[in-house]
Ligand binder design. Structure first.
Ligand SMILES: *Cc1c(COP(=O)(O)O)cnc(C)c1O
Length: 389
């Protein structure tokens, strides 16, 4: 039997695309119209979903996209997205990879000798690429001082045009000197490959934390990721981090029962006070929710405690103080019911998570995403524009 309609578990992760669109528009206003804006949507758009986030970011003012996973880039192309897609390093480059880059018109990144050799070997035509420079992150890329020689070899291959030079600096808040050292190292590296009379490759230095520090290090392009999902305090105008697109995480009760056990009360996984009622939702740590709640949930507009620990597929709720709760009732881990609301910020404080993307990333793909639409709207206020260097 083939199943044409597949019922889903009653779990929903609701994402407000308006917040993402507004953030993209605010970042665009911050850097001005001339800067090429890559919306970084790696890791399935940090858990928010690569296709809806890409469409929103492009409609709201981004020019291009950057991802790591080939399957994300291919899904974007298959969805009809025609903008430039930059692939950050993330593979041992082989013939299959190069074939996909070529077939889907993607911009690959060279980050070391092996990636250069493999690209050159397997390409059948000349394409544009990026070179990732390591200017202080000590993670991946060509050492800034080695860029000139590396770029010369890439050009000499006849297969590669250097369209982009990018780096992802290591930012320590408040340590401007450390950032400036990396900026100057990157600038010197860019200078070392510049050929007279040519515009030269696009320079990407500013990811979210560089933009957040408003230090004027916006070059000809930017590639923020995190900031698409929450504007840092210095970019909101009111000194507080902006709202997040995390609108709700909800489930429904699939089982409600009174606890009647009295034997081995100390070993019971649930409280055994007289009158205890337990409700079950089909959402567990297998869905990545270990840090997605405040240890309480909303049921019928009231906060009810979660009974720890969750299991892989289920979470128990202590409904003793909610005698009217029944199968089918909505359970909000994050979201609004009646006059109460559990915000993602409350969940982040509860677990000491600083970035909403770190909260959302573990949420598994089996939790269906649900999107509130984005609509273009004029900005309420226009923060000053940083000049492009
Ligand atoms: C993730 C990433 C970015 C974006 O970083 P954020 O800190 O999320 O803004 C930019 N460049 C590279 C190479 C990355 O891997």
């Amino acid at each position: 039997m083939t199943m044409e309609f597949m019922p889903q578990r009653p779990n929903r992760f609701s994402i407000d695309l308006q917040v993402i669109g507004d953030n993209v528009a605010a970042l665009r206003r911050t850097v001005g119209p001339q800067v090429r804006f890559f919306a970084t949507i790696k890791a399935d758009a940090y858990g928010f979903g690569v296709l809806p986030v890409a469409a929103t970011a492009l409609a709201a003012g981004a020019d291009a996209l950057s991802v790591v996973r080939l399957e994300d880039a291919i899904a974007l192309r298959k969805a009809g997205i025609g903008c430039q897609i930059l692939l950050y390093a993330g593979y041992v480059i082989d013939q299959e990879y190069v074939r996909a880059v070529d077939a889907y018109d993607l911009t690959p990144t060279l980050h070391d000798r092996h990636s250069l050799d493999a690209m050159t070997r397997f390409l059948h035509r000349r394409i544009g690429c990026a070179i990732k420079v390591d200017a202080g992150q000590e993670r991946i890329g060509v050492r800034a001082e080695d860029l000139a020689g590396f770029a010369a070899e890439a050009r000499a291959s006849g297969k590669l045009r250097i369209d982009i030079l990018n780096t992802h600096p290591h930012v320590i808040d408040g340590d401007y000197q450390h950032l400036l050292w990396q900026f100057e190292r990157f600038m010197a590296a860019c200078q070392s490959v510049q050929r007279p009379g040519e515009a030269g490759p696009l320079r990407l230095f500013a990811s979210s934390r560089v933009l957040a520090n408003r230090c004027g290090m916006v070059l000809s392009g930017i590639d923020p990721g995190q900031a698409l999902f929450q504007l840092p305090a210095r970019l909101t105008g009111d000194g507080l981090p902006g709202p997040t697109p995390f609108a709700a995480l909800t489930s429904r009760l699939i089982h409600v029962f009174p606890v009647e056990r009295t034997a081995h009360a100390a070993e019971s996984p649930v409280p055994t006070r007289p009158g205890t009622r337990i409700g079950i939702v089909p959402l567990g740590y297998g869905d990545g929710i270990a840090r997605m709640h405040t240890d309480t949930v909303l049921v019928r507009g009231r906060r009810m405690p979660i009974v720890r620990p969750s299991s892989i597929e289920y979470t128990r709720i202590d409904l003793s103080d909610c005698p009217d709760a029944q199968v089918g009732d909505e359970v909000a881990f994050v979201g609004r019911q009646g006059d109460d609301r559990i915000t993602p910020e409350e969940v982040m404080r509860h677990h000491g998570v600083r970035r909403v993307t770190d909260l959302v990333l573990p949420l598994g793909p089996a939790v269906p995403r649900d999107y509130l639409p984005w609509q273009h709207r004029a900005p309420a206020s226009s923060p000053s524009t940083e000049t492009a260097a």
